[in-house]
Ligand binder design. Structure first.
Ligand code: SAH
Length: 379
């Protein structure tokens, strides 16, 4: 593929994130126990306040210090003078006929990212973003056509979940009928190119005394930043989804340019050694179905061969077209035939059902729709 330079990990340098967390310089949303402890100390309050604050912020979802009734009035006043509990601001919110919800988030510097909630019978999944824009330029992904903007801070990442829980009336964490049971870092951006902020946000999300999302219900999706995959497996132990999308380096170099840096064999090695992988905790391999590009019977057979010694499940994603996209989605029959070969080969294989089509809730579409609308308004 000409014209597309391989993605480089050190490019471009992200601008500094506001102190603490990023959901606004003074917001405690995104602060971990160490950060909350510092805030408490700075106010001259006793150390036990940190646990009280964690409980109010991340377990009960408090949006003001005023409602923290187990904390003295004087301490609440001091906290409110110095800090906020601001979350990202929803610039737009939509609900699909099938119950899918979508938010466009606008950050104080006008950067925008999207977030989607997908309710199913036995679970509710929130898909959140880790960056505004993306440096990977996968050819079939609409985000890759948008300009890179910046990393999201930990507060902006965890703040997405908190905002969704506000909107869905999903506090406190202890309730048995929680609506958001699963979180996937599958929105905009490459989470492993923003590892420090993602790791801090993940630790806050899985803290049993706070938001308490089980690490088994938190999935990070990566295009394959091999060295950071190792670190992620060891340090966070969350579920991994890998955007494989092709079975030969020639095709994967073209559609996922990151492959030129870490080709398929290296990527699959990193999957084999990913911390905590066993048959109970399989890696999900995402595979976008592109007509005539990666969807032949031979491709499916090669996929079976490549994954035979990895605890894997395959998620076939029907390509979601966008204006000007250089690909088309494979036919339903082709997807079915591909899936049958995977199943016959002993792999677990599912096809992702498109959700929220009426509100354009799929990959990269929300932000582009809002940009088109604004562009239209200017004319
Ligand atoms: N950077 C991460 C997260 C990306 S988005 C990653 O690469 O995994 C989550 C998934 O949606 C990825 O598998 C991505 O390849 C896929 N995707 C992006 N655009 C798509 C489109 N137009 N149709 C179908 N899947 C798409």
């Amino acid at each position: 593929m000409d014209g597309i330079a391989p993605a480089r990990q050190d490019e471009p340098a992200p601008p500094p994130i506001p102190a603490g967390n990023g959901a606004g310089p003074l917001s405690l949303v995104g602060a971990d126990m160490a950060g909350i402890g510092e805030a408490v100390r700075a106010l001259g309050e006793p150390a036990f306040r940190a646990k009280q604050l964690r409980h109010w912020i991340y377990h009960r979802g408090a949006r003001s210090f005023e409602e923290m009734t187990s904390i003295s009035r004087a301490a609440r006043a001091k906290l409110a003078e110095r800090y906020t509990l601001d979350r990202p601001v929803p610039a737009e919110a939509q609900v699909s006929a099938d119950g899918t919800r979508k938010w466009l988030l606008r950050f104080p510097d006008a950067a925008e990212a999207e977030m989607v909630f997908i309710p199913e019978e036995d679970r509710g999944t929130l898909c959140i973003s880790s960056q505004v824009g993306c440096t990977l330029n996968c050819r079939f992904c609409h985000t890759g056509t948008q300009p890179w903007v910046r990393n999201l801070g930990a507060g902006e990442i965890v703040g997405q979940l908190m905002l969704a829980r506000d909107a869905l009336d999903d506090w406190p964490s202890a309730r048995l009928d929680r609506r958001i049971t699963n979180v996937v870092l599958m929105g905009m951006g490459e989470p492993l190119y923003n590892y420090d902020n993602v790791a801090r946000a993940v630790r806050i999300m899985i803290d049993g005394d706070g938001i308490a999302i089980s690490r088994r219900k938190l999935t990070l999706s990566t295009a394959g930043v091999v060295p950071v995959m190792r670190q992620c497996g060891e340090e966070l132990g969350v579920n991994l989804a890998v955007s494989l999308h092709a079975v030969t380096d020639a095709i994967r170099d073209e559609i996922v340019p990151l492959n030129r840096r870490w080709p398929i064999a290296e990527l699959l090695d990193a999957c084999r050694t990913y911390g905590g992988v066993n048959n109970a905790r399989r890696i999900t391999f995402e595979y976008v179905m592109l007509r005539g590009v990666n969807d032949s019977d031979a491709d499916a057979r090669e996929l079976v061969r490549l994954l035979k010694d990895i605890p894997a499940k395959i998620n076939l994603i029907p390509f979601n077209p966008w204006p000007g996209a250089p690909y088309e989605c494979s036919s339903q029959n082709r997807i079915r035939a591909f899936m049958t070969i995977c199943l016959d080969g002993g792999l677990t294989c599912t096809v992702r059902t498109p959700r929220g089509r009426d509100i354009m809730a799929a990959c990269g579409q929300l932000k582009s729709a809002s940009e088109r609308k604004r562009a239209g308004a200017r004319v």
